[in-house]
Structure formats: structure tokens, C-alpha cells
Design a protein around this ligand. Structure first.
Ligand SMILES: Cc1ncc(COP(=O)(O)O)c(C=O)c1O
Length: 421
């Protein structure tokens, strides 16, 4: 094995020298492969299908240009994500607007920019949307986010469909939902298109998705019996990825087949008339394609631990602090050595909880070596924060031995730009 790790043919030392560290590095071919895998496998003779990239996982103009080239739709949850998608040249008709508390400013901005697809998350939002659209002569498509009340086996902070979830209208509020659908269907400027559900993130069990499909089809049957057709069903995202060797995610082709076969079976069993099935993968498109490079700084020994400090931390990757997310890593400049050094990888932020990996065996290292943390491509850059006024790292894409800058490293000038003096 070579001493210096290469990503897509580019030595990490070259990347660190050219762009500085911390650095978010994406393998562009891998991003494309993931998109293609969803496009090719999420197809079924009984349905039309659509794959929406959940851009919250990693949103910037460069990434969304890639999504446009791969011909995926995009889901956004804020004016910022929406503006990024538009700036990347995504067609307004291929953008879907999510969110449990869209502000009037955001709704109006979306309407102004000809966004057609809205997910309505709660009863009050439907009223707000109606009031906004009535001030125009436009028409909107609406799908309702239903909370199917399925508890997937994932961390409670990334479950989104337990009974007390803040997202969606509970499937147990059937009468309220029917009244709402009736009011949407009879509105002159709204086309009611169907239902949406999303049961959580980093889900490993096929059974959870099958349960979701069964629950939603049985609900659609109930609605159809009352005369409400639901031509579209969006089943959300949540497909798990590999962070450490304890993770065994379902391969994309299997997850797609499982979901679509379950839909086809339910369509027959429930005698429903669903035409389109949609999914919204985020993490599984970008997660494993991305890594973070850090420079190793000081280290210290305490009675029970040996700390390795890096030049980033909870500001560039808050997931370990937020929900005990686990990661694998290597000393990327000592790849030919044995991983026999037990350390705790901690960041540079003023918080005891600023630990990226509580315990890991790594290659022997010295100050100035580079550390690579794998599978940081989802919810790393997008959850960046300026705690301690740390500067946001650059983002680069690498492909076939070449790197290109996607997001510039934040400068002190950028950092201070909004401060009124
Ligand atoms: C509505 C919705 N769709 C899609 C996603 C993407 O999930 P993931 O990144 O796990 O695929 C999320 C994430 O929480 C979500 O809330």
C-alpha cells in the first residue's frame, strides 16, 4: 500500500496544499454513480417514477449542477436551498418545496419564481399557501405530508414519523385530512396530486419501507373509497449508508426494487389507482462520496485517553455531537503503517463534546500529518456552523486525477461581512 492516500488519483497532500484544511473532498464519479443507480433502478412497468435529490444533504451550486446533468428532480426546504437550485439552473418545474414552517416570504418567493410543486405539512400551511396563490393568477400542485406513525430503528433525532413528530399530519387525523383534501381539490388555483411520507434517516431495514408502503396504500384506498384520488405517492428518503464496518446498508438496486415491488403488490391488493411513485434520497447520494481532510495538530495523553486534535471539529461536522454519529478514519499520510494507536479524535472548538470519533485505532502519526474522515458527504457541509468563528472549509470535487474548486474557503472578510460597524 502507498504511504500517501489518493482520492480519485489525486494525492491528499496535493489537495491540502492547494486548498488548505479542513477540506470537504467529493469523488465526483461516485456522486454520478449514485445518481445513475437511482435513475436506472427506480423504474417499474406499473408506475411512472421520479427521483428527487433531497438537497438538504449537501447543497451548493456545483452539486446541484451535477444533479441537473444527471436529470434528477430536487427537493428544497428553504428559500436558500431554493435559490441555490435555481442558481444551478434547475428547471422550476423540477423543484419540490418541502418544510414544516415555510414563511410567507419563502412561499411568495417560490411562487414568484414559478415553483409549481409544494408539499403541505400542516393545516395552517394550506391556508397560508391558498392566501399567497390567490394574490396571483398562477396554479400550484400540492401533495400532503402525512405522518404514517411508523417508528424506524434509527436515532430518535433522525426519526421523522413517530407519533409526536413535528412533521406532517398524523395518519390518525383521517377526518381532518379529508376535509383538507376537499378544500384543496375545490380550489381553483390548486391541483391536489397526492400524499407524501418520510419515515426517518439512515434506515437499514427493508421492512420499515415495506410497512410505510402498506400503510400509505391502505390510507389511499380509504381516500379513494371516499372519492379522493391520489395519483402520486412520495415515500421520502432515508436509505442508510456505510459509515463504519458495523453498517450494512441495503444496496440501492435492492431498496428500489423492494419499494416498487411492494407498491405494485399493494396496488393489486388494495385495488388503488396510484400512477406515480417518488422517492427523495439525500444521504445515500452524497454521503459516501465525501470525506473530510484535516491537519493533525497537537495531541495529549490523559489518564484514560490519548487525544489527537484536528484543525476542525463540530463546526464542520456536528453529527457526532448531535446524534452520536460514528465515523471511520485513517492517517492519510501514513497509510502503509498498522492501525495500532488507540486515540480519541477531537476538534478545536471550545466545547468538551467537540469529539469527532470517541475511540479509534489509527496509524502512528505526528503533528502535520493529514487525517481523513470518511463518509462525511451528507449533512456535514450543509450543517456547518461558525462556532468560535471558525471559517467554513472549501469544497472540492475530484475526478480522474484532477480536482476542481466547488465552494471557496470562507475568508475573514466573508466572516465579518454582515457585522455592522
Ligand atoms: C422529507 C424528507 N425527504 C428526504 C430526506 C432525506 O433523507 P436522507 O438524507 O436520509 O435520504 C429527509 C431528511 O430528513 C426528509 O426530511
Amino acid at each position: 500500500m502507498e504511504k500517501i492516500l489518493k482520492i480519485s488519483g489525486v494525492p491528499v497532500t496535493e489537495l491540502a496544499k492547494q486548498y488548505g484544511t479542513p477540506l470537504y473532498v467529493y469523488d465526483e464519479k461516485r456522486l454520478i454513480q449514485q445518481c445513475q443507480s437511482y435513475k436506472q433502478n427506480f423504474v417499474h412497468p406499473d408506475f411512472t417514477t421520479e427521483v428527487l435529490y433531497a438537497s438538504k444533504a449537501f447543497s451548493c451550486v456545483g452539486m446541484l449542477r451535477l444533479i441537473k446533468e444527471q436529470d434528477l428532480c430536487v427537493d428544497v426546504v428553504s428559500m436558500g436551498e431554493l435559490a441555490t437550485a435555481l442558481e444551478a439552473g434547475i428547471d422550476a418545474n423540477r423543484i419540490y418545496f418541502h418544510g414544516n414552517n415555510k414563511t410567507l416570504e419563502e412561499i411568495n418567493y417560490a411562487i414568484e419564481h414559478n415553483i409549481y410543486h409544494f408539499f403541505v405539512d400542516n393545516l395552517q400551511e394550506a391556508d397560508a399557501l391558498k392566501a399567497c396563490i390567490e394574490k396571483t393568477d398562477k396554479v400550484l400542485s400540492v401533495m400532503l405530508r402525512i405522518n404514517p406513525c411508523i417508528e424506524a430503528h434509527t436515532h430518535e433525532f433522525i426519526q421523522t414519523a413517530n407519533i409526536d413528530s413535528k412533521f406532517g399530519i398524523s395518519i390518525y387525523s383521517r377526518d381532518e385530512i379529508k376535509v383538507l383534501i376537499q378544500s384543496l381539490k375545490t380550489h381553483k388555483q390548486i391541483v391536489f396530486e397526492g400524499l407524501h411520507a418520510h419515515i426517518g434517516s439512515q434506515i437499514f431495514e427493508k421492512e420499515a419501507f415495506i410497512k410505510e408502503v402498506q400503510t400509505m396504500f391502505s390510507f389511499i384506498k380509504d381516500l379513494e373509497q371516499d372519492g379522493y384520488s391520489c395519483p402520486k405517492l412520495d415515500l421520502g428518503g432515508g436509505f442508510a449508508i456505510h459509515y463504519t464496518d458495523q453498517d450494512q446498508p441495503i444496496p440501492i438496486h435492492e431498496v428500489c426494487q423492494t419499494i416498487l415491488d411492494a407498491c405494485a403488490q399493494q396496488q393489486v391488493d388494495q385495488k388503488t389507482h396510484v400512477k406515480t411513485i417518488m422517492i427523495e434520497p439525500g444521504r445515500s447520494i452524497v454521503g459516501e462520496a465525501g470525506s473530510t481532510l484535516y491537519t493533525i495538530g497537537f495531541s495529549k495523553q490523559t489518564p484514560h485517553k490519548r487525544y489527537l486534535f484536528v484543525d476542525g471539529g463540530m463546526s464542520d461536522n456536528i453529527r457526532p455531537c448531535l446524534y452520536q454519529a460514528q465515523y471511520d478514519a485513517d492517517v492519510a499520510t501514513q497509510m502503509d503503517s498498522r492501525k495500532d494507536q488507540k486515540v480519541c479524535v477531537a476538534g478545536k472548538c471550545c466545547e468538551s463534546g467537540d469529539v469527532l470519533i470517541p475511540e479509534i485505532k489509527l496509524q502512528p502519526f505526528s503533528q502535520g500529518d493529514l487525517l481523513i474522515v470518511y463518509s462525511t458527504g451528507a449533512y456535514g457541509f450543509s450543517m456547518f456552523n461558525n462556532y468560535n468563528r471558525n471559517l467554513r472549509p472549501a469544497v472540492v470535487f475530484v475526478k480522474d486525477g484532477k480536482s476542481r474548486l466547488i465552494v471557496k474557503r470562507e475568508s475573514l472578510e466573508d466572516l465579518l461581512k454582515g457585522d455592522v460597524r
